[in-house]
Write a protein that binds this ligand. Structure first.
Ligand code: PAF
Length: 282
């Protein structure tokens, strides 16, 4: 497994691979890998010739008071996991490599998807995500890029980015990987202490309850979200930020539930923000 730290090295590798007729799969990550990331890696390994995993904690997508400095890191463990999985290349640049002095050009999604839900609570977050993903696409020239459905809003924005900026990469979205008690795998779960960890699965339980209510015929989103609020409200250590039932493509809240809908929750567990979602088919 090659470990490349510079854009130049990564770019030379990708260009040669393309000349040799090899397809490239990119799995962008911020490291501290878990089974969710590894499911993306496995899918890439099965469907492309060369799998590139990027490990880069992107400062541009963190707000001033967010967790950039304490974001969990374990490069040695990540590299061991990726080597064992059979990954071809890890691209792990420094922040100064991706954003050298004088960097002024950002990709800013504008159209509504970026300033609701996560975008409303984390202003500028999706500008940072879109910028780094566009840079990673330019540097690695992937045929396919793999993302997890846990970050549903990010997935929609990246699909739009690829379409609008004419990246040829196919955007592959894979299901959320969960702990046995339903908690969505996330690097940020490592912030939770024992009591918080015990409380956190209530987020997924609330989503499952929403799904059952809708499957049983409830079509008023306000009735469903009121039940979610009650359930999360009853759980000690949990503080709900939002619970919404939306159109899965536009993220506009729906007036009435029919067909497919996306239920999304963000909640604080102690001081840790967690997000999750579930697709509801009717
Ligand atoms: O989902 C993430 O880990 C990040 O937002 C991503 C896509 C790697 C961009 O930094």
């Amino acid at each position: 497994m090659k470990i490349l730290k510079t854009i130049q090295e990564m770019s030379v590798f990708s260009k040669k691979a393309r000349r040799d007729g090899k397809s490239i799969g990119l799995v962008p990550t911020m490291g501290f890998l878990h089974e969710g990331h590894l499911s993306l890696v496995k899918s890439a390994l099965l469907s492309v010739d060369l799998t590139v995993v990027s490990i880069f904690i992107n400062p541009a997508q963190f707000g001033k008071n967010e967790d950039l400095d304490k974001y969990p890191r374990n490069m040695d463990k990540d590299l061991a996991l990726l080597k064992e999985a059979g990954v071809d290349v890890v691209f792990a640049p420094e922040a100064s490599e991706m954003y050298p002095g004088g960097f002024i050009t950002f990709v800013t999604p504008q159209g509504g998807l970026e300033d609701v839900l996560e975008g409303e609570i984390r202003p500028g977050h999706f500008r940072g995500v879109a910028t780094v993903v566009a840079k990673l696409f330019n540097i690695t020239e992937p045929d396919k890029a793999f993302f997890g459905q846990k970050d549903a809003q990010q997935c929609l924005i990246i699909k739009k980015l690829a379409h609008d900026l004419n990246f040829s990469a196919e955007i592959v979205i894979l299901p959320t990987v969960r702990e046995t008690d339903g908690l969505a795998k996330s690097s940020r779960n490592s912030y939770l202490d024992a009591k918080e960890r015990k409380a956190a699965p209530a987020i997924f339980k609330a989503l499952q309850m929403a799904q059952h209510m809708i499957e049983l015929g409830e079509n008023d989103p306000s009735v469903v979200t009121a039940e979610i609020r009650k359930m999360i409200g009853r759980t000690k250590l949990l503080d709900l930020e939002y619970a919404v039932i939306t159109d899965p493509e536009t993220l506009h809240p729906v007036d009435s539930i029919g067909g497919r809908a996306l239920a999304l929750i963000a909640a604080k567990v102690g001081t840790t923000r967690l997000i999750d979602n579930i697709m509801i088919e009717r």
